[in-house]
Design a protein around this ligand. Sequence first.
Ligand SMILES: [Zn+2]
Ligand SMILES: [Zn+2]
Length: 428
Amino acid sequence: MKAVLDHVGIAVKDLPAALAFYRDALGLEVEAPEDVVSQRVRAHFIPVGASNLELLEATAPDSAIAKYIEKRGPGLHHITLRVDDVHAAVAQLHARGVRMIDETPRPGAEGSTIAFVHPSATHGVLVELKQAAPATSHQPPATVPDTRVKRFSVGELELISVCDGFIRFDGGAMFGSVPKVFWSKRHPTDDRNRVLLAMRSLIVRGARTMIIDAGLGDKEDAKFHEIYGVDRSRNLDHTLAEAGVRVEDVDIVLASHLHFDHAGGFTVRDASGRVRPRFPRAQYIVRRGEWEDATHPHARNRASYLRDNYVPLADAGVLQLVDDDRMIMPGVRVRRTGGHTMHHQMVLIESGGKTAAFVADLMPFTSHVPDAWIMGYDLYPMDTLAAKQQFVKEAIEKQTLVFFEHDPAIAAGYIREENGKRIVVAGG
Ligand SMILES: [Zn+2]
Ligand SMILES: [Zn+2]
């Protein structure tokens, strides 16, 4: 069989002291810790070339790692060899009379499948065999942007994910108090420390045709495009056409909030230079509090609100303000999350016993699913936390298909909990 060294596990008694060596003295990057609840262990991975070191810290006195340290002291604990097919590997070892700890492979961390070989068969080294999770079921690096039109059905409703291209925002602002060392692997920065955001809208077709948010649109100038690294080479015009939806087909335009990366596409500038609604037959639905804030910006939020994106809607008489959480069309309702802005709202979709949600800037990337990953842009981060905790719990229970407006690689997915860790499995 073909096997490559995946990682070397090191049992650690005093984590700060271990970090003082591996991180500070050697200068290696330590990734965010992962709790493996079933093993009562916390793992800290340290990439070294194609392999990793894994510092293992017991989280309870009855943890296998705690017992190991008690008996043999801290130090080398196991090595892990990655194989293509762990079942075939175990069968091969069986056939040669090798004693196993795990007679049949079992689930490991991050969707992997593992089996331990007994140290009596390996000359004193605990050897783990590991088959990595299939690439499709876990989060790929966000460096593979995806603008494909994707169709989903939720009961009677058809959902179509469309995209207005990409924009780049400061990485630090996207992740708030989360250190760059934790996010920069999945979200590589450019030479200006910016990370890539998609601008995804959602078409909902049911009793009526609705679009939720509409990206940046095309009213901004070259300077703006330069500052925000805008790439609209494939934009909402292209993806709507591909989805078979014309601007005249849209009955309702629903706003999560009025920031320019969500509301810019609500209006267009015509040949005479006048700004008018882009969807000629539509009513535009905006939360009243958000409207008030957008039309009375202050020093902290002024850069996000551009009047031409929404004031012309009121002038054209197509604006409808809603005051509370309510049904917008059968199967589609809004819920205020607050947090990002005081009146930011998400959209909940329910039909035929199935649920979906368009969460907008509550969780712009799949990376924002963990509680503490909250944007620096958010005006009320503790409200984001509360809304997110409530929603994520519901989404796991109801197996909600969640649409991530800004994730460059994953338009929609299901949130699952595995080994105490939340992951997003791409949908569709
Ligand atoms: Zn926003
Ligand atoms: Zn946004």
